[in-house]
Design a protein around this ligand. Structure first.
Ligand code: NAP
Length: 259
């Protein structure tokens, strides 16, 4: 292949999401920020929210724009249905359509069940599970009209295998998997795919909260003997976006920890 032909091939490969409008929830940090950057690299117009990290969100937008991509960040607490709907409405007003929704925003409030407060339970269910209802219910009619949509829910290995001190998180993440399968059934005829990605332990601020000793024991148990990277999760998201015939599935990105 000549250099010019190779460059054209690489450019079109890199821009296969050109013209697509993507919303990523929780794009200011960690996995969500990498997904936002990778979607923008592929040519998508990216809109993402942050909850509290304004500066981090602005830095992600800046990085995407400097690399030639397009991104907008809005503040929204997605535990609140009105704020979630505003995020989606603003995106629809700006771009007229929504092609991709990545439900990534999430928190942990770990505590053994007997000591868990109602607040710790509710916060995690509201941010990790109810937010998925809030955003998806606001995009689904648009996607049905378009006869095209890609919904990717970032669940977790903890929703599949459970986690000590994580009944709230595990319930929310397992809930996302059930939601994914049911919505996939309902929308399969309409050009919409709905899938989940279940990361294992990924290097982000969320896993930095795990005490060092416990982390060492965890890594010992991972067949690949290391944490995953945010890029490895983003790769699975892109794969699902590019597929037309995969729906209702959970793609595990966990180094072999749960099979
Ligand atoms: P992270 O670094 O803590 O980032 C969380 C993101 O969610 C941030 O952008 C945060 O915004 C946003 N967020 C938090 N509360 C919110 C709210 N009320 N409304 C809207 N957005 C909110 O987390 P991460 O490690 O990248 O995890 C991303 C997703 O992957 C989560 O759903 C998590 O459960 C899942 N996951 C992570 C791992 C892992 O090992 N890291 C493993 C399995 C699954 P602010 O920056 O403004 O706070």
């Amino acid at each position: 292949m000549t250099t010019a032909v190779k460059q054209v091939a690489e450019t079109s490969e890199q821009l296969n999401l050109r013209g697509k409008i993507a919303i990523v929830t929780g794009g200011s940090r960690g996995i969500g920020s990498t997904i936002a950057k990778e979607l923008a690299k592929q040519g998508a117009e990216v809109v993402f929210n942050y909850n509290a990290s304004k500066e981090a969100a602005e830095a992600v937008v800046e990085e995407i724009r400097r690399a030639g991509g397009s991104a907008t960040a809005y503040q929204a607490n997605l535990a609140c249905i009105e704020e979630a709907h505003q995020l989606i409405e603003k995106t629809k007003e700006q771009f007229g359509r929504i092609d991709i929704l990545v439900n990534n925003a999430g928190i942990t409030r770990d505590r053994t069940f007997r000591k868990m407060s109602p607040q710790e339970w509710n916060e995690v269910i509201n941010v990790n599970l109810n937010s998925v209802y809030h955003t998806t219910s606001a995009v689904i009619h648009t996607m049905l009209e378009q006869k095209y949509g890609r919904i990717i829910n970032i669940s977790s290995i903890i929703g599949q295998a459970g986690g000590f001190g994580q009944t709230n998180y595990s319930a929310a993440k397992a809930g996302m998997i059930g939601f994914t399968k049911s919505l996939a059934l309902e929308t399969a005829k309409s050009g919409i795919t709905v899938n989940a990605v279940c990361p294992g332990y990924i290097e982000t601020e969320m896993t930095q909260e795990i005490p060092e000793k416990i982390m060492e024991q965890l890594v010992e148990k991972i067949p690949m003997q290391r944490l995953g990277t945010t890029n490895e999760v983003a790769e699975a998201v892109l794969f699902l976006i590019n597929s037309n015939y995969i729906t209702g599935q959970c793609i595990n990105v966990n180094g072999g920890l749960y099979m």
